[in-house]
Design a protein around this ligand. Structure first.
Ligand SMILES: OC[C@H]1O[C@H](O[C@H]2O[C@H](CO)[C@@H](O)[C@H](O)[C@H]2O)[C@H](O)[C@@H](O)[C@@H]1O
Length: 603
């Protein structure tokens, strides 16, 4: 039986990431990059799809698990009749090869331990050759080689399972190392385990120490920032939307997607949260990544890229993997990369505007890119699109998409008026006015007193909760109050918000059968609207309910299954952690980030 999604903690080196279960089992690890083939893919299958188990021989229960304060160094305490051990897991910040370090510390008694390492490259498909060289083991297949060694030797069997048994007494420490190396790369040097764990701890503590948020939710905010930093790909400045692929939006369902890419939308939201929390260096890195990834013809702009800016993210299925809790298909790549999503223009223009507002040193290429995007938008804002939810059905005039087109033009006008940048401000103002008028005429249902999911539609959509955040209308506007009211009536289930109504017509709209959990970012956005409407107690109450959904190490996935009371979807999900940070900031100050962005009105 698979562990629950909330049973996993994250470790990472800001280039890739791994998931460790509360039982000490390393079930997900992609090497060398976050979007590379996994060499441990038991998360989406069984142990023979790749796994590193490290646990007391006679079984054990977990008594405590947590990160060493503001770091990504994980401690898991396991207890059985023989005593207690602590497993310390981390990935050192990378200088040469990606590595995983695991240290077993004896806390009480004498505990017999077993380590079983099954390396299976390419998402559990490729069983490697195993070569033993003294105390070192090499698992090799194609472009990959993994080297395993440490304080106790592993022995390989005929099934390519490398195992070690050892006993730890109180005060003992047994360190194990795994490193990846590519073709013709030098053999990884055996690093000093204890010293490297300490250096990793220091690195994260220093990084977290740069956080400027000092409010009452500091622990939750810092943990979310650390999760975002772990999703950032440091060589390029790109930011992945999550560390996993195909954790299902519904247990046993088909909505299983690969999130190990850089969505312009998710990354710009991340950038804004990082900026608000004092992380300007990361914001600069992101801007550089984005300018490079998007360089070229505006008509070829994509809504997502690989972490290094790759454009071809062809979606395919991995039929040998049964999927998490039987949720098939398991997909890699993402067909949404070829979609037209209008909101991305608004998010991008907003992010670059925020960077300017925060005094990030100007980059002339940024304004040039913005002008090119505006030229494109002037002739395409009125086209139907796939929308923020990446609907795989026919394109439509989604109201949120048009609001974001408005935001894009608004930020261009502000570029001229507030920052003295060059551009046809009067023409842009007229366009901004036209979009505003169209949205209010065609995207608002006067009879039902709500903005609608798409022009002429009858129901609301949770993305409309972002209207005040981008400054299209204030939260107190009667049309927004009506929309929040409609969302409460139609999209809130057990207190959490669904993205949109799912019913027998869903397949026609989004090209997929209905069925998914409540979408956590949308629920944070509802809390933001409460706060901005002056309904502070309701906002705080909802925020605290959301905080309670975090797992024991403070992580959130994308969605929550209110029936099963389980986290669902990919994990950790940047979108959810960004929304958490934004709401914490909004709670701290009524004039929080959501109030500072746009012109508030037709302009
Ligand atoms: O549910 C359908 C879509 O789900 C994914 O998209 C969602 O995740 C993205 C990354 O966080 C986010 O930007 C988007 O707004 C979400 O809808 C998936 O990537 C899509 O392929 C899929 O159609």
């Amino acid at each position: 039986m698979s562990l629950r999604i909330e049973d996993y903690a994250l470790i990472g080196d800001t280039q890739t990431a791994a998931l460790v279960g509360h039982n000490g089992s390393l079930d997900w690890l992609c090497l060398p990059r976050i979007d590379s083939g996994a060499c441990f893919a038991a998360l989406l299958g069984d142990p023979d799809h790749g796994q590193w188990t490290l646990a007391p021989l006679g079984g054990a229960r977990t008594t405590r698990r947590g990160y060493r304060d503001d770091t990504l160094v994980l401690e898991t305490e396991l207890v059985n009749d023989e005593g207690t051990v602590r497993i310390v897991d981390c990935m050192p910040i990378r200088h040469d090869h990606p590595r995983v370090l695991r240290v077993v510390e004896g806390v009480r008694g004498r505990v017999r331990m077993r380590s079983d390492v099954r390396v299976r490259f390419e998402y559990g498909h490729d069983r490697p050759w195993i070569r033993t060289d003294g105390e070192r083991i090499r698992a090799i297949a194609g472009p990959h080689a993994v080297v395993l060694d440490g304080d106790v030797p592993h022995r390989a069997d005929e099934h390519a399972v490398c195992s070690a048994e050892f006993t730890v007494g109180e005060g003992d420490r047994v360190g194990l190392r795994l490193a990846w190396t590519g073709p013709r790369q030098a053999e990884p040097e055996p690093v000093d385990i204890a010293g490297t764990v300490r250096a990793t701890e220091r690195w994260w503590r220093d990084w977290a120490g740069r956080c400027t948020y000092r409010g009452e939710y500091r622990d939750a905010v810092v943990r979310s920032l650390i999760a975002l930093k772990a999703l950032a790909y440091s060589p390029s400045g790109g930011i992945a939307a999550a560390a996993t692929t195909s954790l299902p939006e519904q247990l046993g369902g088909v909505r299983n997607w690969d999130y190990r890419f850089c969505w312009i939308r998710d990354a710009t939201f991340t950038l804004m949260a990082l900026l608000e929390a004092g992380y300007e260096r990361e914001a600069r890195d992101w801007r550089e990544w984005m300018l490079r990834a998007m360089a070229g013809a505006p008509g070829q702009m994509q809504i997502m890229y690989g972490v290094d800016g790759e454009r071809r993210l062809t979606e395919s299925e991995l039929p040998w993997l049964p999927g998490y809790a039987g949720s098939r298909p398991v997909r890699i790549g993402n067909a949404a990369s070829a979609q037209f999503q209008l909101d991305v223009y608004g998010e991008l223009m907003d992010a670059l505007h925020q960077a300017r507002t925060h005094g990030i040193p100007p980059d002339p290429d940024a304004w040039q890119l913005q002008r090119t995007l505006l030229d494109f938008l002037e002739s395409h804002w009125d086209d139907p699109d796939n929308g923020i939810w990446e609907m795989r059905g026919p394109r439509r005039h989604f109201t949120h998409s048009k609001v974001m087109a408005w935001a894009a033009v608004d930020r261009a006008v502000q570029g001229v008026e507030r920052f003295g940048l060059g551009g046809p401000a009067d023409r842009w103002k007229a366009l901004r006015h036209d979009i505003f008028t169209q949205v209010c005429d065609q995207g608002f249902d006067t009879a039902r007193n709500t903005f609608t999911q798409y022009y002429g539609g009858s129901g609301p959509d949770a993305s409309l909760l972002l209207i005040p955040a981008v400054g299209f209308l204030p939260a107190g506007d009667p049309r927004m109050r009506g929309t929040v009211d409609a969302i409460e009536r139609h999209l809130v289930q057990d207190g959490f918000v669904q993205r949109y109504t799912m019913n027998e017509r869903t397949e026609e709209l989004d090209g997929l059968p209905p069925g998914e959990g409540a979408f956590l970012p949308c629920t944070f956005w509802l809390a933001d609207n409460y706060i901005l409407q002056g309904r502070h107690d309701e906002g705080r109450h909802l925020f605290e309910r959301l905080l309670a959904l975090r797992n024991d190490v403070g992580l959130l996935s994308e969605e929550y299954d209110t029936g099963a009371q389980r986290l669902v979807g990919n994990v950790p999900q940047a979108f959810s952690h960004v929304a958490l940070i934004d709401t914490a900031l909004n709670l701290q100050s009524e004039d929080g980030p959501a109030r500072r962005r746009g012109s508030q009105g037709p302009g």
